[in-house]
Design a protein. Structure first.
Length: 305
């Protein structure tokens, strides 16, 4: 717990703020880091929690703009504003000094990262089909092919895909469905494209996963094992990013670019499938984007996991 919070006697209220069930785990983690960073800045000024003024908060937001993007500053501003509002409602502060302080506006109109064209996309998926004598992890090939096909053909976010369990894949009368479990205990049923249906089915059979299991569908592999044994733990966003870069390197394809440096970075690789007469995909599916979100600290290019 930061010293600024301990000095104000707001430990219990701060814990209650982050323990609210309406906030997802990813949002909670980002808010924790944002509040801790704000507390560290206040100690360097120095200013006590009960002495905060709107001018102090505005100075902090301007300080963040020197090293972070506008989108990231808005995340930090939202975390600090809601935290101080909660402390004010619990009578730790007399008022919220960040209530009327505005964060910088984000002026980005379109993505700046180049995308993979249809030809590169066809080569990417065709590389999974080709026999690779030097590849000692055929199970991981099936896993990676299934994961990429779900994101491309079914237009699902990486965050939703890595949270899928084996039981969330259902087959019924030649069709397949994925059960997405979103925030607020909400569920949605998505019909699988026939390509992702076949790829996921082949992967589950090769991995010998129990169709009724609560285990993660797309699991990481044990490091340093040539057999490609699954660990039983879900892939992480950074692990998916490593996998994509490694596969592109193995297949002789350019790796996806990165943008938005700062707290988080987005790696965008738009996989455009083949024409309908060749792959049977719908026209709208040709614009699906594969979005990989990983931590701002670059990770070394290693194994797909």
């Amino acid at each position: 717990m930061p010293a600024l919070i301990r000095a104000a006697g707001a430990e219990r209220q701060t814990i209650d703020f982050f323990a609210q069930p309406t906030r997802g785990s990813d949002t909670r983690d980002s808010y924790v880091r944002a509040v801790c960073r704000f507390c560290e800045w206040c100690q360097t000024v120095p200013v006590a929690l009960c002495e905060l003024q709107p001018a102090n908060v505005l100075a902090y937001f301007e300080h963040l703009q020197e090293s972070l993007s506008a989108a990231t500053v808005r995340v930090h501003a939202s975390a600090v504003r809601q935290w101080l509002e909660y402390l004010a409602s619990r009578e730790v502060l007399q008022a919220n000094p960040a209530r009327d302080v505005k964060a910088p506006r984000r002026l980005d109109i379109e993505a700046r990262t180049a995308v993979m064209g249809p030809e590169l996309t066809r080569r990417f998926f065709a590389s999974f089909e080709a026999a690779r004598p030097g590849d000692s992890n055929p199970l991981l090939l099936l896993r990676d092919r299934a994961l990429c096909s779900v994101v491309v053909c079914d237009s699902l976010r990486i965050g939703s895909v890595i949270r899928l369990a084996v039981r969330d894949f259902e087959e019924n009368g030649g069709r397949a469905f994925l059960i997405l479990r979103e925030r607020g205990h909400r569920q949605s049923r998505v019909t699988c494209h026939h390509h992702s249906h076949l790829y996921i089915r082949d992967y589950i059979r090769a991995a010998r996963l129990d169709p009724c299991s609560h285990a993660p569908l797309f699991q990481s592999a044990f490091p340093g094992r040539s057999s490609g044994s699954l660990s039983g733990k879900p892939l992480t966003p950074s692990g998916v990013g490593n996998m994509l870069r490694q596969r592109c390197a193995d297949f002789g394809l350019p790796a996806p670019g990165f943008q938005l440096p700062g707290y988080t970075a987005s790696a965008v690789a738009a996989f455009e499938p083949q024409e309908e007469e060749q792959a049977g995909l719908t026209a709208t599916a040709a614009q699906r984007a594969l979005v990989l979100v990983e931590e701002s600290t670059p990770t070394a290019l290693g194994s797909p996991d």
